[in-house]
Design a binder for this molecule. Structure first.
Ligand SMILES: N[C@@H](CCC(=O)N[C@@H](CS)C(=O)NCC(=O)O)C(=O)O
Length: 222
């Protein structure tokens, strides 16, 4: 059995979505690391960064980093057809954008979540958060301008990249701004949100609350 240290509304959600789509059983150890010191301590046992997601394989081996986990699992289960395999001409752009979403967009959560990690005074914190929101919107814009999607980012087949973008685009600055910055991907993430195979999953792990696209304060924390 695979074990995921994760949390609803976090970067573990695309990993869980991938396994759900492919019908692979997994257990989640819920850890809301950005709110709860006890959760961070729980995660520390497998990831010294005290971040989710962390995947524990049946052998006990640990994999951290959402992009690495998604790439690994999609390769492990090629029959799920959720990533271009080695030798597929789409592989290079797939790896490029998986890493980009992780490094350029998602990683900034460490600051936005608690700006005092890098600024000296509390007064500076809101400015830092604003700059990061702008930076993320700009990163989405630049990605959108460089892709030639079909129904999904890499073409007409759903991949883990689409699950990843659909979740990370819900973090700050939020979907309303994402739709404006990244109009091509706006259509794609809406398609992923509406995937009937994931209806129950989204309801449990990242519900579409009233006003979720713009103003849900719990999302702006990430
Ligand atoms: N680079 C990591 C980022 C993971 C991450 O930042 N996770 C957040 C939750 S969405 C977290 O656990 N934050 C707690 C902290 O950094 O203290 C990845 O891609 O998996």
């Amino acid at each position: 059995m695979l074990t995921i240290f994760g949390a609803a509304g976090s970067g573990s959600v695309p990993v869980e979505a991938m396994l759900t789509l492919h019908g692979i059983p997994y257990e989640v150890i819920e850890a809301i690391t950005w709110e709860d010191e006890a959760a961070r301590k729980r995660v520390e046992a497998v990831n010294p960064l005290r971040q989710v997601p962390a995947l524990v394989l049946p052998s006990g081996e640990v994999i951290t980093e959402s992009a690495a986990i998604l790439i690994y699992l999609a390769d492990l289960y090629p029959e799920a057809r959720l990533a271009p395999g080695l030798g597929n001409p789409k592989r290079a752009q797939y790896l490029r954008w998986m890493t980009y979403v992780s490094a350029a967009v998602y990683a900034l959560v460490w600051i936005i979540d608690d700006p005092t990690r890098i600024v000296a005074s509390e007064e500076q914190a809101p400015h830092v958060v604003d700059r990061i929101r702008d930076r993320r919107a700009d990163c989405w814009r630049m990605m959108d301008e460089q892709i030639t999607p079909g129904r999904y980012v890499l073409g007409d087949e759903l991949s883990v990249l689409d699950l990843y973008v659909a979740v990370i685009s819900r973090f700050a600055p939020g979907r309303t701004r994402f739709y404006k910055s990244a109009p091509k991907m706006a259509e794609i993430v809406r398609r992923v949100d509406a995937d009937p195979r994931l209806k129950g999953f989204w309801a449990k792990r990242f519900p579409f609350h009233e006003g979720w696209e713009g103003s849900n304060p719990s999302l702006s924390a990430l």
